[in-house]
Design a protein around this ligand. Structure first.
Ligand code: SAH
Length: 349
């Protein structure tokens, strides 16, 4: 065990922040031993806060049309090979009904940035879901919008919003996105979402092209100061029809280590073991739980469209039905001594 690194992990646990140099040292020098040391602390913090319970959120991927052209993403607008689809409002509501019957009490509506779904239309969908299932939370993940649009959705009853910042380094941001997209705009959206009272999620891909340890240090600094209610972290995985199709995937172990460090820095944060983590390793989500994650997001999209929401290659659960995912996840949680929890699972301090 490297005493310098374990001392840094202890310092993070005590003081909830590190200097950029200290972060870089952790990211560049850690081995399995320090990763497991951090995982143990993170797991204990997660159990103290949430017990051995994993919150579940049913996710409906309702459209893969996107006006953006993020270089890494399989549903970017320039990808001519993507088969585009949109669910109707009725279909979206039916997915939630099915999710409700499976015990889910949070629904996440995610899509590309699709102008066909205006703020008013999303608001109407949110109101319908809330009218049918008043005991449920609705989370949106629709990308960057204007303040007035977020407000319309909030006033319709949306509870949470996921918008990964992707990278906290402006120069790195510009290598992952086309010139018409702006780092400042994305960061401002996050600020706005929090101000409007959404439980707000930020996050990043680990090992995205051109990411350095210094970039990750900025990510952790940003997360520590912004204090999101949720943090989505998964490995970057190449999608063959994007310009990054030949880039190497992110590191599985670094992803697990980052999950643990986020849990240690923000002990109350809602931290999913993501689908990308389950894709990079068959036991990735279980290992994510053991590294301090406390949320899992089963897919409740219609099976007919699942393969089309291909953000990256080999995405898991695209052949399974919603009930398959329900029982598979329960078994996975139980295999590591946890169980899934049937409540809204709100953030609390
Ligand atoms: N349009 C929404 C949802 C984007 S998809 C938005 O802009 O927020 C959700 C997340 O998938 C993205 O935020 C990104 O972090 C992740 N993602 C996209 N492409 C990926 C890839 N190739 N590998 C891993 N994760 C990816």
């Amino acid at each position: 065990m490297n005493d310098k690194l374990t001392a840094l992990i202890d310092k993070l646990n005590d003081e909830k922040r590190l200097t950029p140099g200290e972060w870089v040292c952790l990211f560049t020098e850690f081995t399995d031993e320090e990763r497991e040391y951090a995982a143990k602390i993170a797991r204990e913090l997660s159990i103290k806060k949430y017990g051995k319970k994993i919150y579940v959120r049913g996710i409906v991927e309702f459209s893969n049309y996107c006006k953006n052209d993020c270089i890494y993403c399989g549903i970017r607008r320039s990808n001519r090979n993507a088969q585009r689809y949109r669910l109707t409002d009725d279909e979206i509501c039916e997915c939630c009904d099915e999710g409700y019957d499976l015990g889910y009490r949070t629904f996440v509506l995610q899509s590309g940035e699709d102008p066909a779904y205006t703020a008013e239309r999303i608001a109407e969908i949110v109101r319908r879901i809330k009218a049918r299932h008043p005991d449920c939370a609705v989370t949106l993940s629709l990308g960057e919008k204007e303040r007035e649009e977020y407000l319309i959705m909030k006033q319709a009853g949306a509870d949470r919003y996921l918008l990964r910042h992707e990278t906290a380094d402006k120069e790195h941001y510009s290598k992952l996105h086309p010139p018409e997209m702006s780092f400042e705009h994305r960061m401002n959206c996050l600020k706005t979402l929090k101000e409007l009272g959404f439980q707000t999620g930020a996050g990043l891909m680990v090992g995205s092209p051109y990411q350095t340890a210094e970039c990750l240090a900025k990510d952790l600094e940003f997360l520590g100061s912004f204090k999101p209610h949720m943090i989505g972290i998964g490995p970057f995985l190449p999608q063959k029809d994007t310009p990054f199709g030949d880039k190497p995937k992110g590191s599985y172990h670094l992803t697990l280590f980052l999950l643990s460090l986020c849990r240690i820095m923000l002990p109350n944060v809602l931290l999913p073991a993501t689908t990308a983590l389950g894709t990079i390793d068959p036991r990735g989500r279980e290992q994510g739980i053991l590294a301090g994650a406390n949320v899992i997001m089963p897919n409740i999209s219609p099976v007919a469209v699942r393969k089309k929401y291909m953000l990256y290659d080999n995405k898991i659960c695209t052949e399974d039905s919603s009930d398959d995912c329900r029982f598979c996840l329960q078994a996975r949680a139980r295999s590591v001594g946890y169980d899934i929890e049937v409540t809204r699972g709100d953030y609390f301090d």
